[in-house]
Each structure stands twice: as structure tokens, then as C-alpha cells.
Design a binder for this molecule. Structure first.
Ligand code: FPP
Length: 236
């Protein structure tokens, strides 16, 4: 039986994985311990999303504003991301996951750039869910870089349309976001996927990201299925 469109999983889910620092502090641990646990939660939810038939999962791992944090936290996060990408190829291969990156590569340390390039290449033929890792990503920055690239490629006289600009966004194959999840109790977008969030449904969870599990993820899917999406139109 063909599933009805209402029971299909969201095609593209984006997650703001918030609350790592508070999770650690609440346990008397250094903030970095929260990021380490946060990576374990990310792997849990990647597996759950892939099992649920989601086509693209965007994870906001490091924003253009996160450089404002203490130097040791920033370098811990860069190291964590680097080591993960270097050592976890099997995690992606076993599930046929394709990894892509969004964000400004130029602002990243060379070792992180190298690991991103390698994992993108090594997983490029996989046909399962796409994992879009947002590292040194800012929504405004992405739009400015896209406009600049559009102008450089097509000339300043070529009109910019929504469709033409979409080709110059980071990871252009990633579609509009259907569901945006933010953990950690805050209710804001924090420069996440500004362009692709235009018609996303927003789901907020009070739980800290390291505590998130498959059950929480299922609740978010149930919320999504309860929404009537109109895209600015009128319900039939
Ligand atoms: C926000 O919580 C979290 C981050 C800035 C980092 C998130 C990164 C990871 C979980 C690693 C994921 C890596 C991959 C490759 C998927 P916060 O520290 O701002 O929390 P707080 O609001 O409690 O301080």
C-alpha cells in the first residue's frame, strides 16, 4: 500500500543541538563533557532518522558565532568534529549515509577542512540519508556567499531568482527544511538555515541535547504529522 503523504516522514529535518553546556554544568562536569555526550546523541538521532526514512538531516554543529566562545572550548569542538570524521567512516558506511558540509570552509582550520573533504568524497556514492553537517555555518553568511557566487558566475546583470540563488547555497542539493527541532528550551533560530526555514514547522524541546533519544525524536515526528502545512495557501 502506498503511504499517504500525511504519514511520510519529513524529507528534511534540521536540528539545533542545544544544551550541551548546561547538561554538563548540571552534572558538575566541564562544558566539553557536554559536547562529547552531544556527539553520542547526534549519532543516536542520525540512526533514528535514517531508520525513519528521513532523506536529509541537518545538524548545527558549529555556528559562525560560536568562535566567540572560550578558546579551549572552540579547539575542543574542532578536535571532536575532526576525530569523529576521521574515525567514524564505518558509522556512515554501514547505513549508506552521505555526508555533506554547509558553512564557510575558508574560516576553518586546515585539518577540519581536510576531514570534511575526505568524508564528503568517501560517502559521495552512498544513496541513504544525507547528513548535512553545519560547521562554521551562519544563515546570513550563507546567503551573502550565495549572492556573491551567483554574481561571479552569471554576472551582475543576471536577475537573481529564488530558484537561481538556490543553486549557490551551501550543499545545493539539500531541499527546504520541513521540520526544525531545537533542544535545550530556547525558542529561537540562531542564524540556522535562514533560507531553507521559510516554511519549516518548528518543534522545541526542553530536554538538553545529550539526553535526547529515539523516543524524543519520535515525539517530534508525531508533532510534525499533527501539523497542517499550507505554504501560504488556503486549506482544501
Ligand atoms: C550547543 O550547546 C551546542 C554546540 C555549539 C555544539 C554542538 C556540537 C556537537 C553536539 C558535536 C556534533 C558533531 C558532529 C560531527 C555531529 P551549548 O554548548 O550552547 O549549550 P548551552 O546552551 O547549554 O551552553
Amino acid at each position: 500500500m502506498t503511504p499517504s503523504p500525511d504519514s511520510l516522514p519529513p524529507s528534511h529535518i534540521g536540528i539545533i543541538m542545544d544544551g550541551n553546556g548546561r547538561w554538563a554544568t548540571s552534572k558538575g562536569l566541564p562544558r566539553t563533557a557536554g559536547h562529547k555526550e552531544g556527539l553520542e546523541a547526534a549519532k543516536r538521532i542520525v540512526a533514528a532518522a535514517s531508520d525513519a526514512g528521513v532523506r536529509t538531516l541537518s545538524l548545527y554543529a558549529f555556528s559562525t558565532e560560536n568562535w566567540r566562545r572560550a578558546e579551549d572550548e572552540v579547539s575542543f569542538l574542532m578536535g571532536l568534529i575532526c576525530t569523529h570524521l576521521r574515525n567514524q567512516y564505518d558509522f556512515y558506511r554501514e547505513r549508506g549515509l552521505r555526508v555533506v558540509h554547509s558553512g564557510d570552509l575558508d574560516g576553518l582550520p586546515a585539518k577540519v577542512r581536510r576531514e570534511i573533504a575526505r568524508v564528503e568524497k568517501d560517502t559521495s556514492e552512498f544513496t541513504g540519508m544525507t547528513v548535512n553537517l553545519l560547521i562554521n555555518y551562519g544563515g546570513r553568511d550563507e546567503i551573502i556567499r550565495a549572492i556573491t557566487a551567483h554574481r561571479d558566475a552569471l554576472g551582475p546583470e543576471t536577475p537573481i531568482t529564488e530558484e537561481s540563488l538556490s543553486n549557490y547555497l551551501d550543499a545545493p542539493q539539500v531541499p527546504d527544511m520541513d521540520l526544525m527541532i531545537r533542544t535545550g528550551g530556547e525558542m529561537r533560530l540562531s542564524n540556522f538555515h535562514l533560507w531553507r526555514a521559510a516554511y519549516a514547522e518548528f518543534y522545541f524541546s526542553d530536554a538538553y541535547w545529550p539526553d535526547w533519544n529515539e523516543k524524543d525524536f519520535k515525539k517530534a515526528l508525531t508533532f510534525f504529522h499533527s501539523r497542517q502545512r499550507r505554504f501560504g495557501g488556503v486549506p482544501k
